[in-house]
Design a protein around this ligand. Structure first.
Ligand code: 5GP
Length: 191
């Protein structure tokens, strides 16, 4: 997606050869016009697939997921990063190893928002090792609902997440695919 790639080049900050900071438009300040375009692009790629719900994870998945939900006309559920204080029996839970925090945490969604007939689209801001996406897919499977695909705003294609998800049979649609962050430079996969 050209506008997204240009925004990454203009405003992304390469923190290391593994991590890109996009606080200027996605992870802290949010660019609503770009988010709308992102929502439209996800909707274009997943139109006619019968999606009934979008599932994402707080906080940074919410903006692109809501825009996609608006375009596709379906509700958006964001998994909460679960705390024992809110322990309840009516939750689906999954463990996720966080790439940025390097710790394991539990994510959860309420059982009442997902049903066995749902056809779910997973959306997240970044794809690195695939653990967040797999955790979200696990929540969907616990509800006996179907994962129709995984939509990613920024994929770091040099990390193993994409292949892991493809190997498990998921359709992966990434709007920007980064080939390398080496030497402080962002380069994209040529498609
Ligand atoms: P994964 O679960 O695929 O290993 O990592 C994806 C999650 O880690 C995303 O939800 C995102 O929050 C975070 N993440 C992974 N890589 C980056 C990165 O380079 N920059 C930022 N800002 N977040 C990242």
């Amino acid at each position: 997606m050209q506008a997204l790639e240009q925004k990454i080049l203009d405003e992304g900050i390469v923190l290391s050869d593994q991590v890109l900071k996009v606080d200027a438009f996605l992870n802290h300040q949010i660019d609503p016009v770009l988010m709308q375009q992102i929502g439209q692009e996800f909707a274009r790629r997943f139109k006619n697939t019968g999606i009934t719900k979008i599932i994402t994870i707080e906080a940074s998945g919410i903006a692109p997921a809501v825009m996609a939900g608006l375009e596709l006309g379906v509700p958006v559920i964001f998994a909460r990063k679960y705390q024992s204080l809110t322990l309840k029996d009516d939750l689906y839970r999954s463990k996720v190893f966080s790439f940025t925090k390097q710790t394991e945490s539990t994510i959860a969604i309420s059982r009442k928002h997902l049903a066995a007939h749902d056809r779910a689209l997973v959306i997240d801001d970044f794809l690195a090792n695939g653990q967040a996406a797999l955790g979200l897919a696990d929540l969907i499977h616990q509800a006996n609902a179907e994962v129709i695909g995984i939509g990613i705003v920024i994929e770091k294609s040099f990390q193993p997440g994409r292949q892991l998800l493809l190997d498990q049979g998921y359709r992966v649609e990434s709007l920007a695919r980064i080939e390398s962050l080496a030497e402080g430079l962002v380069t994209f996969v040529k498609e």
